[in-house]
Ligand binder design. Structure first.
Ligand code: UDX
Length: 387
């Protein structure tokens, strides 16, 4: 018995291979490690995060499968089961307390079930987005989501089950058809054997959605975010952060500048980039602009050349990737022109930075409809107690 009590406890975390999903999963990892758990992170080869020294407390393992460009359908439970059985070899010394997987890595559930381990879902999008996924599946079963059919013109109407969300704000993707999105949501919304669900959100922002999910899923749902404020967030960027922008911000006056970043996946037409640049120039504001490599479509010039053509560089600073949380916390930043990814939204709300919203796809449309407060919200202590 004593021997059993002395056994350490490990959690296995399975993030989806995208920046906006890896980051909150590793923030959760840090919070759990802080509580005394050992942590194993199971990554795919696609978008593999090279563990920095900042993450040296965690064990990193690779799911033995080549994932072609984020195609989750090809990553069945088989390979994950193989990996899990290897991790269970050490069960004598270290018990696996549970497996926590991203909502989009739903195939993990079948493997975990076979080993009779406890499994928990982490939703890295908002609770409201998850509710929309459910409703989209229902509407699709009813009439194939006829409101969204091209040329129908009814996409402006309110979705009765989700009032005041309009059909056009439903989390459809620019990267996939409505059918494919619904197929994916059917898997993530499946009422399986997960023992609970953790959401990177805050109860006071999404109380109704959290309660709705709890009833629908019939499992406990814990809103434990914003995770980046629960513990000191580890460095989790897939791209190298350009720290020089902080030095540039240090030279600017308080609340004098706009920070522009459209996240890790958004793509823009050259025309729109030029339009943005022209607006920034005529605004007479200082600005820090993140232009991710490969994010501008239809241009022969590199993104940087393109923007340099348009902007007065002594008022603007352009980087490929920024230390965003540090930027938003900087006193020189007065506004955030954002694509409204859920992490960016929480990070901005946490620092009380007003947002200019330019959503591109999926949940970003719904996130954009929730304005942010102008005063910094002091969530830190409250959430630390909840974890
Ligand atoms: C997408 C969805 O839009 C989002 O809602 C979902 O939850 C995850 O997938 P993404 O485009 O990655 O997200 O945006 P977001 O959720 O905002 O995540 C981006 C992360 O990258 C943020 O944590 C942000 O701080 C970070 N970032 C962004 C940087 O560190 N540097 C940058 O220059 C830009």
């Amino acid at each position: 018995m004593e021997e059993k009590l002395a056994r350490r406890r490990r959690v296995v975390l399975v993030p989806a291979p995208a920046q906006g999903h890896i980051t909150p999963m590793l923030q959760l990892a840090r919070a759990l490690h802080f509580k005394g758990f050992s942590v194993t992170v199971a990554q795919t080869k696609f978008n593999y995060l090279n563990p920095s020294t900042d993450l040296s407390d965690f064990q990193f393992v690779t799911i033995p499968e080549t994932l072609p460009e984020s195609d989750l359908k090809n990553l069945g439970p088989g390979r994950f089961k193989e990996l899990l059985s290897q991790l269970l070899v050490n069960e004598e010394e270290e018990e696996i307390a549970c497996v926590i997987y991203d909502e989009f890595m739903y195939f993990v559930e079948a493997a975990v079930k076979e080993f009779k381990l406890r499994n928990v879902i982490l939703s890295t999008t908002s609770a409201s987005a998850f509710v929309c996924h459910f409703v989209m599946c229902k509407l699709y079963a009813k009439d194939g989501l006829a409101h969204l059919k091209e040329g129908d013109g009814r996409e402006e109407e309110l979705v009765p089950e989700l009032n005041p969300i309009r059909y056009k704000d439903l989390p459809t993707s620019v990267f996939a058809s409505v059918e494919c999105s619904v197929e994916l949501f059917k898997n993530t919304c499946y009422k399986g054997t997960a023992s609970s669900m953790i959401i990177n959100t805050v109860r006071c922002l999404e109380m109704l959605s959290v309660e709705w999910l709890q009833q629908e899923l019939e499992i406990p749902v814990f809103p434990i975010g914003p995770l980046h404020m629960v513990v000191t967030a580890p460095r989790t960027s897939l791209l190298e952060e350009n720290e020089s922008c902080i030095e540039w911000l240090n030279k600017q006056e308080s609340s004098s500048g706009v920070y522009i970043s459209l996240g890790s996946m958004s793509l823009m037409e050259t025309k729109e980039v030029l339009e943005m640049a022209s607006g920034l120039v005529s605004s007479n504001q200082h600005f820090l602009w993140v232009i991710r490599p490969g994010s501008v479509l239809g241009s022969e010039m590199s993104e940087e050349e393109l923007v340099r053509k348009m902007v007065t560089l002594d008022r603007g600073y352009i980087v490929k990737w920024a230390p965003q949380k540090q930027v938003l916390a900087h006193s020189a930043v007065g506004a955030f022109w954002s694509h409204c990814g859920w992490n960016s939204t929480l990070e901005s709300l946490g620092e009380g930075v007003p947002m200019i919203c330019r959503p591109f796809t999926t949940d970003q449309k719904g996130n954009a409809s929730r304005g942010g407060p102008r005063k910094k919200i002091n969530w830190g202590q409250k959430v630390a107690n909840e974890v």
